[in-house]
Design a binder for this molecule. Sequence first.
Ligand SMILES: [Zn+2]
Ligand SMILES: [Zn+2]
Length: 287
Amino acid sequence: MFTFLGTSAGEQYPGVFCNCGNCSKARELGGRNIRRNSSAILGNHTLLDFGPAIANQLDAFGHSFLTIDTLLVTHAHEDHFFPWYLRWRLFPEDQTTNPQGYEKGPTFTKPLPLTIYGSERVRELTLQAIKHDEKNHHLEVVVLEPWKQYTAKHVRFVPLVANHDFRQDCYNFVIEYQGKAMLYAVDTAWFLPEAMEFLKGYTFDLVVMEGTFGFNEQHDYKAPGHCNFLANRKAREWMLEENMIQASTPFVITHTGPHHAPPHDECEGLLAKWDLKLAYDGMQVKL
Ligand SMILES: [Zn+2]
Ligand SMILES: [Zn+2]
C-alpha cells in the first residue's frame, strides 16, 4: 500500500499565514481540504520525505517511526527534509531500555536502524542534527548518484535529476516494489531530456507528480521549479503515447499550493475530467 502523508506545497494548505478565499474556505471545510507538507510511505517501512510535521502526520494515519527503516529524500528544501527530529533517536550503547531515575535518553527503546538516501546536502544536514554521531543515533546516510540503481531493504530505486533547484541536487525517484513500478516526481518542473529518455524504459503502475502551480497557466512549467496542472496533463498524455502507462493507471497529483487551486472538495472534480486524481493527506493507493 502507498499512503500519502502530506500533499501540500511549502506553505501548506491553508497557507500558514494566509486568510485568502481558498485558505479560509479550507479552514472552514476541514477534512481533506487541509494539507500538510509533502510526504508518503510505502508499506510501513519506506518513507518518502521528512517534513516539519512528519511525526504528527505519521500518527494521524496509523503509522510511526518504529517500523520505518528506509528514508528516501527527494531534496533538502525544508518542507521535504527537516532533520531536527533525528536527534531524538539518540540511544547510547550503555543506555538501558528500562529507565531508572535520570537516564541519558532521549529514547528508551533502541531505534530500528535507519538508512537515509539523499543528496550531499541531506547528509550534511543529517550529520549536523545528530552531532556527527551516526552510531548512537543508529542511522547511516547514503549519498545518491543520479541514474544509478539502488537496492534498499524493501525497494529498488533509481534517482533521476529533477528540474527543480540547481543550487543543490534534487531527485525524483523510480521505485520498484513487489514487482510494481512507480514514479515519484516531487518536486520538479517539466522532466529534463535525460529523464524523459530514462523513463521511456518503464511501464508504471502508479505515477505521482507534483502540481504546485495548479490552474495558473501563466506559470512557465519548463523553467526549473514546479509544475502546474497543464504540465501534469501533458505528462500523462506523453506517458500514454509512449505506452509507459495505461488509461487506467493511477496518475496522482500532489504538492498543490493554496493560491493556484481551490480546496480539495472543489478541485478533485475539476482534475477528474482530465483523468488526474488529486491526492489528499491519508489517501491510499494499492500497489
Ligand atoms: Zn516542496
Ligand atoms: Zn522544493
